[in-house]
Design a protein around this ligand. Structure first.
Ligand code: IMP
Length: 185
């Protein structure tokens, strides 16, 4: 299904409405109005989030013919050699949070990475950011995706339990970099 609000200059293209809801709140706080174009973009097989994001952004612009941003994320767990990383979406759909928890023994260090890629007729530009943290021992709180198992650094709570996730997440940090650049254009 593809859904579009006509009155915006910038569109977030994704099949994931959770990501859009968060991105909208974050960009609103920087004075940027974000529309939503719900679309399932094809994801190339690559070890590089950057390459995946650039290809997705070009596809999104080709579909919509309006300035777009797309986001690609990855959860990287140190003791698993960075797994699931660029395969985070597939791994969530297959083994899920329970499967990840079963894989972990000792070190629980992890990071969440976000790449926001902007594309219009002339420009293709990416902004990435990470938030360090840990994988919890149990799922805690009600949230989407990996939120119930990711505890950001300096916190005792998972993303799912925090009421200020949108002020410290990987998404917030990448969108902040994007906003600084976009507002100067
Ligand atoms: P994607 O490939 O960019 O869609 O994201 C990779 C995986 O990470 C997907 O399963 C997403 O649901 C999950 N994910 C991305 N960002 C977040 C987040 O902020 N919280 C929880 N899960 C997330």
């Amino acid at each position: 299904m593809e859904d579009m609000q006509q009155s915006h200059d910038l569109f977030f293209v994704s099949s994931n409405s959770h990501k859009y809801q968060e991105a909208k709140i974050i960009l609103d706080s920087f004075g940027i109005k974000l529309g939503f174009f719900k679309s399932n973009l094809e994801e190339i097989q690559s070890n590089s989030l950057d390459d995946i994001a650039s290809k997705k952004a070009q596809d999104a612009f080709f579909k919509l013919k309006k300035p777009v941003i797309i986001e690609d994320d990855g959860l990287f767990i140190n003791s698993l050699g960075g797994f699931p990383g660029p395969y985070s979406s597939y791994v969530f759909k297959t083994i899920g949070n329970k499967g990840i928890l079963n894989l972990l023994k000792n070190s629980r260090k992890a990071k969440f990475v976000s790449i926001i890629t902007y594309c219009d007729k002339k420009t293709l530009q990416s902004f990435n950011a990470k938030v360090d943290g840990m994988i919890s021992k149990f799922q805690k709180g009600k949230g989407w995706g990996y939120d119930p198992i990711f505890i950001p650094k300096n916190s005792k709570n998972t993303f799912a339990e925090l009421n200020n996730k949108n002020e410290l997440s990987h998404r917030f940090k990448a969108l902040k970099k994007f906003s600084n650049w976009y507002l100067k254009q």
